[in-house]
Design a protein around this ligand. Structure first.
Ligand code: SF4
Length: 229
């Protein structure tokens, strides 16, 4: 997928998340660009939760992100987290440049990337050592949405644009663990028809080298079923 281009950013680039303490969040992706189309992707719910419009019209330049980060980062900021609605590794070069600068200017602040784990599958990255580059730039941790237990379920609930995406995500997770990134994986629960056993999910994560304490489960509640979030 080629990252979309546009001219003006309208939504928030840097934001905070009321449920996640003093960490600072970075939104890199315009128009919610993603290589998945998850059936449970609820843009409105997240925007309401963080009280921000996260729909950007264009990808922000690294310099713009850094300018905003410098205003937001304080002595109490523990993490900056690349996480908008959309896939931040579509903008890998910006992500790396921002990370390098943050680690240089704020060495105490840790950096995490919340990702669908498709970066190595993207055609533009085929010849790159994506995980090695993340590590070298100073990324401390990744949180990878694994979501399902089988390729068929992954295809059905995440609707990825790449073939063999489930295997690709697992390979990404394994490599992150092997290269020393703190790695956590998340699974989704509550999606109609999706089998999600806690023990099976932990066993899959363990097989990939992820520690049990770093396996997360997210409860999906559709707005329809919930009566509006
Ligand atoms: S991977 Fe995340 S951003 Fe992409 S469609 Fe799924 S829930 Fe939405």
């Amino acid at each position: 997928m080629n990252p979309p281009r546009a001219s003006n950013a309208a939504g928030k680039i840097v934001y905070s998340h009321p449920a996640r303490g003093k960490s600072v969040y970075v939104n890199l992706t315009p128009r919610y660009a993603c290589t998945n189309k998850c059936v449970f992707c609820d843009k409105l719910a997240l925007e309401q939760l963080v009280d921000a419009n996260l729909s950007l019209e264009r990808a922000p330049k690294a310099s713009e992100v850094l300018r905003e980060l410098r205003e937001m980062i304080t002595r109490k900021t523990p993490w900056i987290v690349f996480c908008g609605i959309g896939e931040p590794t579509l903008y890998l070069n910006s992500l790396l440049e921002i990370t390098r600068t943050v680690k240089k200017d704020f060495p105490r602040v840790r950096v995490r990337v919340d990702t669908n784990g498709h970066a190595k599958l993207m055609p533009q990255n085929k010849k790159r050592d994506v995980v090695g580059e993340l590590k070298q730039a100073g990324v401390d941790a990744v949180s990878v949405s694994l979501n399902a237990l089988t390729p068929a379920d992954y295809k059905r609930v995440c609707r990825p644009q790449f073939k063999n995406a489930f295997a690709g995500v697992q390979e990404f997770v394994r490599e992150c663990v092997n290269k020393g990134l703190k790695t956590r994986v998340s699974f989704v629960k509550g999606v109609r028809g999706l089998k999600m056993g806690r023990n099976e999910a932990v066993a899959l994560a363990r097989k990939l080298g992820v520690e049990k304490k770093n396996v997360l489960f997210r409860e999906y509640i559709s707005r329809k079923e919930f009566g509006g979030i």
